[in-house]
Design a protein around this ligand. Structure first.
Ligand code: IP8
Length: 257
């Protein structure tokens, strides 16, 4: 079994509210299907979640009643994105089943307290492709908060012990600095606690309510403890996800525990 996180920056246009990148999504769904692997898919929220969640400070939990319509709206928006992911996977020939965190997960002060892993296992055993995603979820301390796809990746990796955990992003891998802003940034072929300090993590949080690069790297390193291989690959480049799923050499960054 493999775990794939389709990053919100790949399947949506993060700068334009509720805007899908249908071509990338279609191709990535086809690559997952072509791999022939049993995959559990997690996807980020991208512009279907982060822009409004940030505006209404949903990651901070309950602040005032004015946030409540936004909780409902963001839950609706991420489900709209999820439906597009499910449709793309169905068109690629798979049998996806959607498992919304708002219904099957609970947080405690932003940490994942409960996730019904058995539902994932049962659907996967029956030949379905479980799909889950970054969502607004009940929180027993904050009333509600954001459950990111990365938190779900960690919980799923801990329980399912996948062969590979693949993070699909809009860059070739982890760089020494933000490659979109720093020309001299170098791609790291591997990242782990030993060379984490080589990465300049500043200024990468633009629309993200779930933490910037520093938090992301920490969570990927945690996921790497529970998978035989953990990789970050560029989902905007054709064939990279497929190669990663097939265990073939691929441009990207290997994440070490
Ligand atoms: O895109 C965030 O999930 P992520 C979920 O995986 C929301 O960080 C609702 C912003």
């Amino acid at each position: 079994m493999d775990l794939v996180k389709l990053g919100g920056s790949v399947i949506t246009d993060k700068g334009k509210v509720t805007t899908l990148r249908p071509t990338a999504l279609r191709r990535l769904a086809a690559e997952i299907a072509a791999s022939g692997r049993d995959v559990v898919v997690v996807h980020g929220a991208g512009s279907f979640g982060h822009i409004k969640a940030r505006k209404h400070r949903l990651n901070e939990g309950y602040v005032d009643d004015g946030q409540l319509p936004a909780v409902s709206e963001v839950q609706r928006d991420v489900r709209t994105l999820d439906l597009a992911v499910v449709d793309a996977l169905r068109k690629a020939g798979l049998r996806p089943v959607s498992l919304p965190p708002s219904a099957i997960a609970r947080l405690s002060d932003g940490a994942l307290r409960d996730l019904d892993i058995d539902v994932f296992r049962r659907y996967a055993d029956l030949g379905f492709t479980p799909v889950t995603f970054g969502d607004v979820v009940l929180d027993d301390r904050r009333w509600f908060s954001i459950c990111s796809g990365d938190l779900l990746m960690l919980a799923l990796a801990q329980s399912l012990r996948p062969r590979s955990a693949i993070f699909v992003a809009d860059v070739d891998g982890v760089y020494t600095a933000d490659p979109k802003r720093v020309r001299a940034a170098k791609l790291l072929r591997a990242i782990g606690p030993a060379n984490l300090a080589a990465v300049d993590v500043g200024g990468s949080t633009a629309h993200d309510v779930t933490g910037g690069l520093a938090g992301k790297l920490e969570r990927m390193i945690a996921v790497a403890r529970y998978a035989d291989a953990c990789l970050l690959v560029n989902g905007l480049k054709k064939g990279r996800l497929l190669a990663a799923l097939r265990g073939k050499p691929v441009v990207g960054t290997r994440v070490r525990p």
